[in-house]
Design a binder for this molecule. Structure first.
Ligand code: KIV
Length: 260
């Protein structure tokens, strides 16, 4: 059964929210079996397109990949990252978000906080558009990371920001690279679920960039657990294929369409 936004609010303090990113149908199909949320992240700028920062990704790229991901999704909530520059003011935010929803039939959009755009989130949520918030300072440039909110003052500033995002109507909030203390504080104080990346276990759920945990992105900060080194697996297969072709071992009669 398709997950509903309502279910996520109810998950707070009950069971962990599971989330990973996808940029294409085949990966989405696998994730859909296990994840509550599949995010089409602007991390595709670094991971797929080789850009130095996520700001370079265009709305049409995000839309195109989401159309592909949507084909693999039956039950998870499909969330789309709105690229930077597409929600700078109320008018463009509404126009671009509506375009994304129309073209992709996604369930929600993710809007990164710049500590000023709460009114934009509010306007969208008032129009019954589901919005996931995001507080962070990372992945902007060369995906360099630093832990945020180490001091009490910084933590309380982030808590204020998170509360304003909640007040604006967001149904959940991604927290990227926050210290364990601030992640714990914000998770405790908010009514909506928090989803952490590099922000310790003290969050209501977790998200990772799938390519990072599969070992294909080449980006492995400490907070990423590499569950498999797919680059190594792929290289082994490519090496075997080259050897087989050179030695005329491939294609064999088994690989002809009319072979046996
Ligand atoms: O773009 C992305 O993949 C993200 C995750 C890091 C949460 O925003």
């Amino acid at each position: 059964m398709k997950k509903k936004i309502f279910n996520f609010k109810n998950k707070k303090n009950k069971s962990k929210i599971l989330s990973l990113t996808a940029y294409s149908k085949n990966i989405a199909k696998i994730l859909d079996k296990y994840m509550d949320i599949v995010l089409v992240g602007d991390s595709m700028a670094n991971v797929l397109y080789g850009h130095e920062n996520t700001h370079k990704i265009k709305l049409e790229n995000i839309i195109q990949h989401t159309i592909s991901v949507k084909m693999g999704i039956k039950k998870s909530l499909l969330v789309v990252d709105m690229p930077k520059g597409t929600y700078d003011n109320l008018k463009s935010a509404e126009k671009n978000v509506k375009l994304v929803i129309k073209k992709t039939r996604c369930d929600a959009v993710k809007i990164e906080s710049n500590k000023k755009n709460y009114k934009i989130i509010e306007k969208l949520t008032k129009k019954k558009i589901a919005v996931m918030g995001h507080i962070e300072v990372t992945r902007k440039f060369k995906r360099k990371l630093k832990v945020e909110a180490k001091t009490k003052l910084e933590a309380s500033k982030l808590l204020k920001e998170a509360k304003l995002i909640q007040k604006a109507g967001a149904f959940s909030i991604v927290m990227e690279c926050l210290s364990p203390e601030s992640a714990k504080l914000i998770t405790k104080k908010l009514d909506i679920p928090t989803i952490g990346i590099g922000s310790s276990k003290y969050c209501d759920g977790q998200i990772l960039v799938t390519d990072d945990m599969l070992g294909t992105s080449g980006f492995y900060p400490k907070f990423v657990k590499k569950y498999v080194n797919l680059n190594r697996v792929i290289e082994k297969a490519v090496k075997e294929y080259s050897r087989d072709v050179k030695l005329s071992k491939f294609p064999s009669t088994k690989n002809f369409l009319n072979g046996n």
